[in-house]
Design a binder for this molecule. Structure first.
Ligand SMILES: [Zn+2]
Ligand SMILES: [Zn+2]
Length: 301
């Protein structure tokens, strides 16, 4: 059984990219960071946003925004250890991938080393869960070997929703092939499973449909000993969206559906008191949601 950790436990000392652990009942959830970009003008990711508008929410500083209203975003995976099961959720961008976005293209991040520092080897992983199949959520599923891409988590079952497999096959940015380099090799190796969008996966892990960002997007509930956590995926990208839930993110496929999903899922997180782990949240990525007037705010753990 994984060690019981009551509160966040910092297991390395690089504050900016710190690997952090959170206890949920007898589950332990670890954030393993691939990269974080700070001081981003918010309108680059949220068309309706301005730095002034972000600045109206001072509780975002310093973890999620700077004093000028520019935002931080990170790419991280969450590792869940529960009973004897090791699960990784949304394994980031990966190394050496041809990508249209320059800050994701042909990288050489020490992600597997960070995973190792958290006590997990790729050989240990039993299950890979994807909230959706954008390039920053499937990258480490494969790594380069010779001329090809081979599965990294070679013992693991990799879960996909049918809707997002189809979406990944038929969409994507010019000049990159996420399906070909990061999904097809896993399917070809017989390591992929298609699951329902509300599947109960055992060990207190339950998917909930949260469509809009992509058609088959799901979020993950973790329930253990009466405690709950929610791993968001991309139904929201930044804590400012608790206060500004109508701000669409540039990659939201169906903006109106994404808005409705965001409000519904934030409402569920508030009612349940769940620990919310934001897939792209910088700094302190886990916390709880409180009601603030007719909106919400995020209180980091
Ligand atoms: Zn996405
Ligand atoms: Zn993403």
């Amino acid at each position: 059984m994984a060690p019981r950790i009551e509160d966040q436990d910092l297991i390395d000392r690089d504050e900016r990219l710190a690997t952090r652990r959170f206890g949920v009942g007898h589950a332990v959830i670890t954030s393993v960071v691939e990269d974080q970009i700070d001081h981003i003008p918010p309108e680059l990711f949220f068309a309706d946003a301005t730095a002034d508008a972000v600045g109206r929410h001072p509780w975002l500083v310093p973890d999620y925004a700077d004093a000028q209203g520019n935002v931080s975003l990170r790419v991280q995976a969450f590792v869940i250890e529960i009973d004897d099961l090791v699960v990784i959720v949304d394994p980031c961008v990966g190394n050496g991938k041809v990508r249209s976005l320059p800050f994701w293209h042909d990288q050489s991040w020490p992600f597997l080393e960070s995973l190792g520092s958290a006590g997990v080897s790729p050989d240990d992983v039993d299950l890979v869960i994807h909230t959706h199949l954008h390039a920053d959520h499937v990258g480490w599923d494969t790594h380069r070997e010779g001329d090809g891409w081979v599965p990294t988590f070679h013992r693991a079952r990799h879960l996909y929703t049918a809707a997002d497999l189809e979406y990944a096959r038929t969409s994507g940015m010019d000049g990159e092939d996420v399906f070909g380099d990061s999904i097809a090799p896993v399917l070809d190796a017989g390591l992929g499973d298609i699951v329902d969008r509300d599947a109960a996966l055992g060990h207190g892990l339950v998917l909930e449909p949260s469509p809009g960002h992509t058609p088959g997007h799901v979020s993950l509930w973790v329930e253990s000993d009466g405690q709950q956590a929610l791993i968001t995926g991309d139904f929201l990208h930044h804590p400012v969206q608790f206060a500004e839930p109508d701000w669409a993110e540039i990659a939201d496929a169906d903006v109106e559906l994404a808005r409705a999903t965001r409000r519904r899922m934030i409402g569920r997180a508030t009612e349940t008191g769940a620990l919310v782990l934001g897939t792209h949240f910088a700094g302190r990525p886990a916390g709880r949601v409180t009601v603030a007037g007719d909106r919400w705010r995020f209180v980091p753990a």
